[in-house]
Ligand binder design. Structure first.
Ligand code: ATP
Ligand code: MG
Length: 439
């Protein structure tokens, strides 16, 4: 069958806008073919588009031979345009259907498809990710990304309302910022450069220009994780505020988290229903437990973590069982936090750093930062880093650097929590992990 051109046809309605009140109206719909059925006297197919679907019904007696031929040629997931009349019909799935006057086949989809688009035959995640474009046409996946889209909007609105300015910092960089995390090298003309692990150093110095900044952008971590909560390319929501300490930015973070949970509950009810996720707003104020208290709670529950060690996954699991909600962990040992974190003058083993946890998942890390050069140089050396490699950063500290604090919040993990999905790969359109570089 020859394919049709779009020509002068334009969509008049989305399928979800077709209601029985429109009975008699002529409409043009565009989308993809779902189930196709031939009942002898009747041919049906489902047309699905963004946010819904509608039954297209062709009674042999009422439609042209050309329309019947077109329907015979259709394959599932082909892209089509349908011009037809709205008919109220009790037996139709939504009490309404469209009887086609004309159909345009815009593209025929291959058979068999790499994925059963109806979801009746369950596919594993790898198969779904390999056929992601088909996968993303399904209501469940659409719900996840509609929530993600809304959350990005909410985060922007909230931060802008708090006088944060949105900035974009380079993703090709010369040095590491998070000493623990591994770097992806890239060839930068005659030199070696790296993909940025974090906008940390840039956002810090920008507080001395713009006062409060935020960035929503990718961070790259070359760690060989193979978990359901780590990716190698992550979207990070980063803020940094001048003249602020960790307590100020923790308050901002808590307010943001509460607002996002509340608004997703209020505004994404349909999507949460599709996902069968009962989203519960975290109890506020979030408990603020110290690292020492966390170790004590773990010890009492039979999980040993030696002081000065980062919380390994089994410890996070146990804490999540003990505090099954959002909470902060504060007063971390200085030696497991990055060089730019301010130490506590009264207890120099500790520092002004915090993690935001949701059950057993770390959502964000932040703290009060150092703003004096001599202390920054001292901590760089203590971490075994060479201050000379940081000269282009350090020189800003001679130009009226200000006290500041901030955090980095993993967007993909936040989406996991909001949608109730268990694998971070499902929260990302085209995820990047140890084995996956396509699509
Ligand atoms: P984790 O200990 O869970 O591996 P991290 O402490 O190394 O995380 P940070 O450097 O503190 O991560 O980054 C800030 C936030 O960015 C994290 O709290 C998390 O939400 C997100 N994040 C960082 N690395 C990853 C990753 N590899 N995959 C998914 N999210 C990440
Ligand atoms: Mg962290």
């Amino acid at each position: 069958m020859e394919l049709d051109h779009l020509g002068d046809w334009r969509r008049t309605h989305l399928s979800k806008e077709i209601t029985a009140e429109l009975a008699g109206a002529e409409v043009i719909l565009m989308g993809w073919v779902g189930d196709i059925r031939d009942m002898g006297g009747l041919k049906f197919f489902v047309l699905h588009d963004i946010g819904g679907s509608i039954q297209i019904t062709a009674p042999r007696a009422k439609v042209s031979e050309k329309v019947l031929e077109k329907i015979d040629a259709l394959t599932a997931e082909s892209s089509v345009a349908v011009r037809g009349k709205v008919v109220a019909m009790e037996q139709a799935p939504r009490g309404v259907e469209v009887v086609p006057d004309d159909i345009k086949i815009l593209n025929l989809a291959a058979t068999p498809l790499p994925l059963d688009p109806s979801g009746r035959i369950r596919a594993d995640l790898d198969t779904r990710l390999d056929a992601r474009v088909l996968d993303l046409r399904r209501p469940r996946q659409q719900a996840i990304f509609k929530i993600r889209h809304k959350v990005l909007q909410m985060v922007r609105e909230f931060l802008i309302s708090k006088n944060f300015m949105e900035v974009n910092t380079p993703k090709i960089v010369a040095t590491a910022t998070e000493s623990g995390a591994a770097l992806f090298p890239v060839s930068y003309f005659e030199r070696e450069a790296f993909l940025s692990q974090s906008p940390q150093l840039y956002k810090e110095v920008l507080t001395a220009c713009f006062d409060r900044v935020f960035e929503i952008g990718p961070i790259f971590r070359a760690e060989e994780h193979d978990t359901t909560r780590h990716l190698n390319e992550v979207m990070s929501i980063d803020i940094e505020a001048a003249f602020a300490t960790q307590d100020d930015v923790m308050d901002t973070l808590e307010e943001l988290i509460i607002l996002v949970f509340r608004r997703v509950r209020e505004e994404c009810g349909e999507e949460l229903k599709t996902l069968k996720h009962d989203l519960v707003e975290p109890k506020s104020p979030f408990p603020r437990i110290t690292y020492d208290e966390a170790l004590k709670m773990l010890d009492d529950a039979g999980v040993k973590v030696s002081w000065g060690e980062d919380l390994p996954t089994p410890a996070e699991r146990k804490l999540g069982e003990l505090i099954s909600d959002a909470y902060f962990i504060v007063d971390w040992p200085l030696k497991i936090k990055p060089f730019y974190i301010q130490l506590r003058e009264d207890k120099p083993d500790l520092c002004y750093a915090f993690d935001l946890m949701y059950k057993d998942l770390e959502l964000a890390s932040g703290g009060t930062r150092i703003h004096r050069e001599e202390l920054l140089v001292k901590q760089l050396k203590q971490k075994g880093l060479n201050p000379e490699h940081f000269e282009s950063h350090l020189k800003n500290y001679r130009l009226g650097m200000v006290p500041h604090g901030g955090w980095g919040l993993g967007l993909d993990r936040l989406i996991m929590v909001l949608t109730g999905i268990e694998n971070i790969r499902e929260a990302v359109i085209f995820p990047r992990d140890r084995r996956r570089l396509t699509p």
